[in-house]
Design a protein around this ligand. Structure first.
Ligand code: ANZ
Ligand code: ZN
Length: 815
């Protein structure tokens, strides 16, 4: 019998599905385990290698946890709203719903080919009214609790299309359709008040997350401690500035306001007006990223007015410049060119004075070639001269507070989350505007506010909802007068901020989730997905959970206890994308070699968090490995229906048992830590060992045990192959309902050896190390031993001689 992977896989997938093997229930006395992968966006691309790289290993881990005795929930769904569907509609005249549903059907079929343990009975699709009804309901809860509000915010505005553009639609500052220059224009938009949780979001206690993601979120939230101190315009207007460096206040030689700062029109002198306005106009066309770029040459304009430094009474000019943002701090900066690099470049460009107030070590009064940003000794700072700058920082802050010139404050970079999209393919924001009552939330019992199906997609980019009268025209829920609906829809990240809650009761029709089930399943125990979501989805979801907790709707504070970021599979050195034409679709490999081989091959490529460059070199190696397993097991003569006590009589049997239990220990440990590639390497070595030694041990209880454990160890990684062989040997259905085997710790113990360490031929230390420890590690361990270190002081290692597993001699020279 030949290993016919596709046939076997089809057979078992049908059986598992018919038996609903992977449906999760709360009625279990096992501990729960909620495993989650980031649900895909059903874009036009088919399910590609990148998706498999996420779902395959994630499924292996979920299977492992299930065998370990956990009650596992492993759901799947689709993040189905979003701009690409609408663009497809505009380009190809197909309705976004049709396009999306077709893609979902394709992707679902492809995901099913994997034979993963996804519980399909829980599938959710965010563009279905039964889902987005609750997205809208949640919006209303945020609104009621003051966490959703409307405010003016700059949007990308195309003057010729007369519409707002998404950032992706602005190419080099121009509209992607008509190439007009895009302006930033203030529009009324909806926000969620994530900043209310800035401080709590900085607390990552109890989360087992990659340090990298935590750091990214920390930086994104960007908490900084500083002082808000008020300068005054010569006319008298107060100009508060935010600074993290009060110690530099005697070094201020100018002030810079954001071009949009409300005082600019007030303070600009008559003769500077034209130039100032032209500059403001120019900055309106820049994105925030451009404005913050450190590469860009500094620009700015003097507005013709001065301000007074409250500490030394000095008169300094007021400028505007794009590198100062209105939305951070107070929108105004005290310019200290000697100690801030941006201010330094600005002063150089415009010939403004640079005054050193913190002396670098050994400084003789010479001009600086760049800003000195470190600590030093205070100079040119009146009563603070001579103090270390760190101390002066506190003293000057005290002084400012005592004089009532300002106070210590904390600032966050985090901004509220703009969720308005002037788009069709999203969940409508459930708000009505009444000429008498103003803004009125849609009553909960009237949800969902359905997206009208029959709309017209025009290439202007304007939301079709705006022109859909049957949608816009409604009556006020309060007074019954004719009123209009909000036509903005929600950012799709709102949909994905709570989907993990919906999975526990995906069909609940009277509430977003069943609280009992949420209490049982949540938080997610293990989330697995890409790092690209670090500061958006992963932060938004944390915010949602905290806000919903404070509304009394949830009992926990963090959505995802553990997070693993798999690496990126690239192709030809680049990220896979349709436009580059380098997307690898697994289907052909799967049809030819099987899903088990394809999955295991991806897992074998390297550590899961590293990803790698795609190439199919080596996939046949995995296929051959599975064929070896196939032949070995089918010719093993083992009958799983019989069980005998496992005793090992001969040395060969004893060795076999040691190999078996040692492999089991390593495979267990590596699965726990997502180290799939090394896990597979050990299974390969073990399989070779079994082939090589079968003549000596076949027919013994130790051999039966070896084959049985081999299949159990393979089950999470090659689920179809393991199931088939298990059945062939008469094992009880299903292998996926067996417990993960326990190794015998005595047999599994790492074999150790004692290495004698000599220095110039004299024994100084004995190291106990695992038998196969590499030479470099032994040398490193020896050097770290205090007993060896004593003899290495003041000498140089000239040579080392290593006799594997026995002796290390270190030969030294005098220096
Ligand atoms: C004077 C100064 C002197 C500053 C010095 C730094 C070094 P973080 O740490 O990111 O909070 N700043 C304040 N508001 C700003 C705005 N709206 N746009 C651009 N820059 C702004 O940065 C705080 C520092 O960024 C503040 O401290 C201010 O420059 C600048 F030797 O004040 B500093
Ligand atoms: Zn009304």
């Amino acid at each position: 019998m030949r290993y016919n992977a596709p046939e076997i896989e089809r057979k078992w997938q049908e059986r598992w599905e018919a038996d609903r093997l992977y449906e999760a229930t709360e009625r279990s006395d096992k501990p729960k385990w909620y495993a989650l992968v980031m649900f895909p966006y059903p874009s036009g691309d088919l399910l590609h290698v990148g998706h498999w790289y996420n779902y395959g290993p994630a499924d292996t881990h979920a299977r492992f946890m299930r065998m370990r005795g956990y009650n596992v929930l492993f759901p799947f769904g689709f993040d189905a709203f979003g701009l690409p569907a609408e663009n497809a509609a505009i380009k190809r005249g197909v309705h976004p719903r049709t396009w999306t549903m077709q893609n979902i059907e394709n992707m679902r079929r492809q995901v099913r080919m994997m034979g993963a343990t996804f519980d399909w009975s829980r599938e959710i699709i965010t563009c279905e009214p039964e889902y987005y009804k609750w997205t809208q309901w949640l919006f209303l809860q945020f609104y009621k609790h003051g966490l959703a509000y409307k405010a003016k915010a700059p949007a990308n505005w195309c003057p010729s299309c007369q519409t707002v553009l998404a950032n992706e639609q602005v190419i080099d500052g121009r509209c992607e359709r008509c190439e007009s220059i895009v302006y930033r224009r203030d529009l009324d938009q909806w926000f969620l008040r994530i900043t209310a949780y800035a401080e709590e979001l900085l607390n990552f206690e109890g989360l087992e997350w990659p340090e990298k993601i935590i750091t990214m979120q920390r930086n994104w939230i960007g908490k900084s401690h500083g002082v808000e101190v008020t300068f005054r315009a010569e006319r008298g207007d107060p100009i508060p500035v935010f600074t993290t460096r009060p110690d530099t206040i005697y070094g201020v030689t100018f002030l810079v306001l954001a071009p949009e700062h409300p005082l600019v029109p007030v303070l600009t002198s008559h003769d500077r007006r034209a130039e100032v306005e032209a500059y403001i106009d120019m900055t309106r066309r820049e994105t925030e990223i451009e404005r913050l770029s450190t590469e860009k040459e500094k620009t700015g304009v003097f507005i013709g007015h001065h301000a007074i430094n409250p500490l030394n009474g000095e008169r300094v000019p007021i400028w505007i410049a794009d590198y100062v943002l209105l939305t951070y701090g107070t929108g105004a900066v005290m310019g200290v060119p000697a100690h801030d690099q941006r201010d330094f470049e600005f002063a150089q460009k415009f010939g403004l004075p640079v005054r050193v107030v913190i002396a670098p070590p050994g400084w003789q009064g010479e001009p600086l070639s760049q800003a000195y940003v470190d600590e030093g000794t205070m100079v040119n700072s009146g009563p603070f001269d001579g103090l270390p700058s760190a101390e002066a920082k506190e003293r000057i802050a005290d002084h400012i507070e005592e004089l009532g010139l300002g106070r210590r404050t904390v600032n966050y970079r985090l901004r509220d989350w703009l969720i308005s999209r002037q788009r069709y393919w999203g969940a409508p924001i459930p708000i009505i505007y009444c000429p008498h009552c103003g803004m009125v939330p849609v009553p909960e019992e009237q949800l969902p506010v359905l997206l009208p199906e029959n709309v017209e997609f025009r290439p202007t980019g304007e939301s079709p909802l705006k022109r859909c009268r049957e949608f816009v025209e409604t009556t006020c829920p309060q007074c019954g007068a004719p009123a209009e609906r909000e036509t903005d829809t929600m950012d799709t990240f709102v949909d994905s901020s709570w989907y993990f809650l919906r999975y526990v009761s995906p069909h609940a029709s009277d509430r977003p989730w069943d609280p009992e089930k949420v209490r049982y399943w949540l938080p997610v125990d293990q989330y697995m997905g890409g790092a690209e979501h670090a500061v958006m989805h992963l932060l938004y979801s944390r915010f949602f959970v905290k806000a919903l907790r404070d509304m009394g709707l949830l009992h926990f504070s963090e959505p995802f206890t553990r997070l693993f970021n798999q690496g990126l599979i690239i192709s030809g050195g680049e990220k896979m994308s349709k436009s580059r034409g380098n997307v690898v679709i697994p289907d052909d490999y799967v049809r030819r070699l099987g899903a088990d081989t394809f999955r295991a091959y991806l897992m074998f490529l390297g550590p899961w968090d590293q990803g790698g460059d795609w190439s199919d070199k080596g996939i046949n190696g995995i296929y051959r490995f599975f064929n070896r397993v196939w032949n070995l097991v089918l010719n093993s003569g083992v009958d799983l229906r019989q069980s005998r006590p496992v005793v090992a009589e001969t040395p060969a049997e004893q060795d076999l048992r040691r190999q078996t239990h040692r492999t089991l220990r390593i495979v267990t440990e590596h699965l726990e830590k997502f180290r799939f590639n090394t896990m597979l390497a050990h299974l390969m070595t073990y399989t070779s060992y079994l082939s090589d030694h079968q003549a000596e041990v076949k027919g013994t209880p130790a051999w039966d045990e070896a084959i049985r454990l081999l299949l159990l160890m393979l089950a999470p990684t090659a689920p179809h192959l393991a199931e088939e062989l298990w059945a062939q040997l008469g094992g009880p259905y299903s292998i996926h309902q067996q417990s993960w085997p326990a190794y015998d710790p005595d047999l599994a113990r790492e074999e150790t050896v004692t290495v004698v360490v000599q220095i110039n031929g004299r024994v100084r230390e004995r190291l106990t190390v695992p038998a196969d420890t590499p030479e470099a590690t032994v040398i490193e361990m020896a050097k770290n031993s205090p007993r060896v270190q004593r003899f290495l002081q003041g000498v140089r290692i000239a040579n080392t001689i290593y006799v594997p597993g026995r002796l290390l001699n270190i030969v030294t020279d005098h220096l």
